[in-house]
Design a protein around this ligand. Structure first.
Ligand SMILES: [Zn+2]
Ligand SMILES: [Zn+2]
Length: 448
């Protein structure tokens, strides 16, 4: 198999497209080698390396109907098609991006004809929409953009990101070769120097720093992930010690964020850390999630599941849920053990669709502390928890992340969860269920 060179994240404006939107657009643009057009309407948010545009609607231009040969012999979007899309952009407060394709593979740029048509059309279009307007030109492996901002300035698009089984980063030209860090020599032989550089530049959140999360932090830090956002409100208890990676017996009573931070710095002194010793539903934690490239969900409260699920669909940030279930009946009978690693992608079925969030439990989680205690007047029996089982799921999750961001998965697409059943010594894959009417994740699947 030929290695496809991965592009490390680029600073500046980016456009993120849900996998399904990208699949529809690719089918439209790249089937027959001819020129095709479309419009993407996008939401504007902030991100770790600059402003982000989030693809919310794809409007395909019909060949010969909406995308027609102009007077100069070049194809262009028909005026009425542009007007309708621009009115929709204005009404919904979304950026308007005209899209077309060029020949080529890993390099792409606008032609003189493209640029002069932008200069003729976009000042007026910007007046109509009062939003950002612009254009993106694609090949199947590259993208370039010309953005006209509402404040009258003009800038370029650094990259188009498609978070799927491989996280594609389409840029105007292949990234410069990265220098090899001798410490990571053995890893770079797998990831490539650009793959290792990608890991260094990523911002990754770990929600929950207990038996699963502490292992995830250890693995991410040793891999050389450059920025970690560590979120947990708890302190280490004596019963946590057998499962907290690198914890010492005098750590009882210390915040789990401090223990994870100490361990991450020991693995990689250069790691940048953001520590949030709060629950994930607090505004500061939710804000921090929006500035990440990937989220590991290693907490099992309904609030944590809900807010990570929200971040995935509101900000188009991929996440992985990791959990170990050891069911014990009231009479002590042990059921099947499951160690689950579940990708949550902007275009896949979400945690609500898969009945993994309980609305009543979520409501209780969201109460202030004192009221929450009262609502849970029946004290729960602690569930079993064991380091080796946690590590099985944590390692599966970090392997999936690492291969996705360095584009080493065989398939670019796919969102299946992996279920290990250690008592039966088997594992299988489970595709997410998808409710087409789900208000949370149907936002990522709008087609017009
Ligand atoms: Zn062109
Ligand atoms: Zn859903």
């Amino acid at each position: 198999m030929v290695r496809r060179e991965v592009n490390p994240p680029a600073d500046g404006w980016s456009l993120t497209l849900p996998a399904g939107l990208w699949a529809d657009l690719s089918r439209h643009l790249f089937t027959d080698g001819a020129g095709h057009g479309a419009v993407i309407l996008a939401e504007h948010v902030r991100g770790p390396r600059g402003p982000r545009l989030l693809g919310r609607r794809l409007i395909l231009a019909g060949d010969g109907v909406d995308y027609v040969e102009g007077t100069t012999g070049h194809h262009a979007l028909r005026a009425e098609f542009v007007r309708d899309a621009a009115v929709l952009a204005r009404d919904e407060g979304l950026a308007y991006l005209a899209v077309h394709n060029h020949y080529g593979t890993t390099t792409v740029g606008f032609s003189i004809v493209d640029l002069s048509s932008h200069e003729r059309g976009y000042p007026a279009l910007r007046q109509i929409t009062r939003q950002l307007v612009g254009a993106v030109v694609f090949t199947s492996q590259a993208a370039a953009g010309d953005l006209w901002l509402p404040d009258g300035t003009r800038t370029t698009l650094a990259e188009v990101v498609v978070p799927d089984n491989n996280v594609l980063r389409l840029q105007p030209r292949p990234a410069e070769p990265a220098a090899r860090d001798p410490e990571y020599d053995r890893q770079s032989r797998l990831f490539g120097d650009r793959g290792q550089e990608t890991l260094r530049q990523l911002h990754v959140a770990v929600v929950g720093l207990g038996g699963v999360g502490s292992v995830v932090v250890e693995l991410l830090a040793r891999l050389g992930v450059g920025h970690l956002v560590l979120i947990d409100a708890d302190h280490a208890a004596r019963t946590n010690l057998p499962r907290l990676i690198a914890a010492r017996h005098d750590d009882v009573g210390r915040p789990k964020t401090s223990l994870a931070a100490r361990n991450a710095r020991q693995a990689n002194p250069d790691v940048m850390l953001t520590l949030i010793q709060q629950e994930v539903q607090t505004p500061r934690a939710r804000d921090a999630l929006a500035y990440c490239d990937w989220i590991f969900l290693a907490a099992d409260t309904d609030a944590a599941r809900h807010w990570v699920n929200e971040a995935v669909h509101q900000h188009l940030i991929p996440a992985t849920q990791i959990g170990v279930k050891i069911p014990v009946d009231a009479d002590g009978t042990l059921g099947q053990i499951h160690a689950v690693t579940r990708p949550i992608t902007p275009d896949g079925g979400c945690l609500w669709c898969n009945e993994l969030i309980d609305a009543t439990e979520l409501a209780i989680d969201m109460l202030p502390d004192a009221e929450r205690e009262r609502a849970r007047y029946v004290a729960g029996v602690p569930a079993p928890s064991v380091i080796a089982l946690n590590t099985l799921a944590a390692a599966e999750a970090v392997n999936h992340f690492m291969l996705a961001v360095t584009n080493l998965h065989h398939d670019d697409t796919g969102q299946a969860a992996v279920l290990h059943r250690p008592r039966s010594r088997d594992r299988d894959l489970q595709n997410p269920r998808r409710n087409p009417l789900c208000p949370t994740c149907s936002r990522c699947r709008q087609r017009t």
